[in-house]
Design a protein around this ligand. Structure first.
Ligand code: SF4
Length: 390
């Protein structure tokens, strides 16, 4: 069925760097294999078919390739995919063809964005951010070739989220900091309004009516609405001079109980080295002398500001991009607080990795920033569980 497809402006500019890629996507990840491709591989003839079957592994829910050396077994020494070379792109697992494209089918419409875990995608993000261009969605009509990713069918709530996201990104572009407490205050109240509605309307069919109220232009003054258990608030109703801060204790928890793993070098040697630097210079110090570690963190941050004067703007754009790619996850779990807090923390932590990298350098180039963002994005989701413990 035809759908409206909202495609982010940098999407069509993406081109895989192939052999030239500094941190290839075939390394450090399990490659899931969709059913059709699995069946195709089972019936492939000849030596190549034997090799495919040797490395195929059938799990309970999905199949994947075994990766004994921490990398896809079909990634050749020439840094190219041997499946693609032999049979073309259509013969590859769907996830390999798609990466770094994020294809999100919300049933009423689709959104197509780029995952910044690819350095070429990160470069496109940075070019757009540096030139102060907005990330726009280009709207096309088409039949999506990917499945619906949600179980929710509440169109009014989805419309409310899209509207709220547009308001949040506009507020960021108007000068609000990505770590403003206003964002978290909004998230907390929106979540509690959802909970109020769910409780009040349990067993009755009023939820849609509430969401209709919430998206109406006439409904403003969200905090009052929440207290009354009525509509959902608008981000525009919140402002704050305060910022959300995290100190060394929280950073260490996120790092040691989430981000870091001793085998990180399998994903990226480059990232592993940055992590080791953190442990050596900050992490251990944080356990022994938190005051001195906080001081070291501030020194790292100041050094980064000197070498990257546009840092604040870049971080705001990074959080803005996070909202564009992740805010609609709330459609599935109604967890405003988790989504917004993770986005803020994720943005703060990328600053830490940039600061560690640049400490002994005179300057930092866009290519280097893109590489740091790309490797960081691959591990950042591991911080979500640690974040719950803060
Ligand atoms: S990470 Fe991006 S540029 Fe590198 S090989 Fe994968 S898709 Fe291509």
């Amino acid at each position: 069925m035809k759908r409206e497809i909202r495609r982010i402006s940098i999407f069509d500019e993406f081109q895989c760097a192939g052999q030239r890629c500094s941190i290839n996507c075939c390394q450090g990840w399990k490659i899931p294999i969709n059913h059709d491709v699995y069946m195709k591989y089972l019936h492939e003839k000849g030596l190549f078919g034997t090799k495919l079957r040797i490395f195929l592994k059938r799990g309970e829910q999905t199949a994947s390739f075994r990766s004994p050396f921490g990398r896809c077994p079909f990634w050749g020494n020439d840094r190219l995919c041997s499946i693609q070379k032999k049979h073309g792109e259509n013969y590859m697992p769907a996830v390999c063809v798609q990466f770094p494209r994020q294809l999100y089918n919300l049933s009423f419409f689709c959104e197509e964005t780029l995952y910044l875990a690819c350095p070429e995608a990160a470069k496109l993000f940075l070019a757009c951010a540096d030139s102060d261009k907005p990330f726009e969605y280009h709207i096309i009509e088409g039949v999506p070739e990917y499945e619906v990713n949600t179980t929710n069918d509440d169109k009014n709530f989805l419309d409310y989220l899209v509207k709220s996201r547009a308001e949040l990104t506009a507020m960021l572009r108007d000068g609000m900091n990505f770590d403003s407490m206003a964002i978290l205050d909004y998230g907390r109240e929106a979540q509690s309004a959802c909970l109020n509605m769910a409780t009040a309307d349990y067993g009755r069919d009023k939820q849609s009516a509430c969401f209709n109220m919430a998206v109406s232009d006439n409904v403003r003054g969200g905090q009052a609405a929440c207290r009354a258990g009525g509509g959902l608030p608008s981000p525009r109703d919140y402002s704050s001079e305060e910022c959300y801060t995290i100190g060394i204790e929280e950073i260490n928890k996120l790092f040691f109980e989430g981000f870091y793993h001793p085998n990180l070098s399998v994903i990226s040697n480059f990232l592993h080295k940055l992590c080791k630097k953190y442990i050596r210079e900050v992490g251990i110090l944080g356990r022994l002398n938190p005051g001195a570690a906080d001081k070291k963190l501030r020194a790292l941050q100041n050094g980064l500001y000197q070498k990257l004067p546009g840092l604040d703007k870049m971080l705001n754009r990074y959080f803005e991009y996070y909202l564009l790619t992740n805010f609609l996850d709330i459609y599935e779990d109604y967890s405003f607080t988790r989504c917004l807090r993770y986005g803020i923390v994720k943005t703060k932590m990328v600053m830490l990795f940039l600061a560690l990298y640049v400490e002994n350098k005179d300057s930092i180039e866009r290519e280097e920033i893109a590489k740091i963002i790309a490797v960081y994005e691959r591990r950042a989701p591991q911080m979500k569980d640690a974040l719950k413990k803060l």
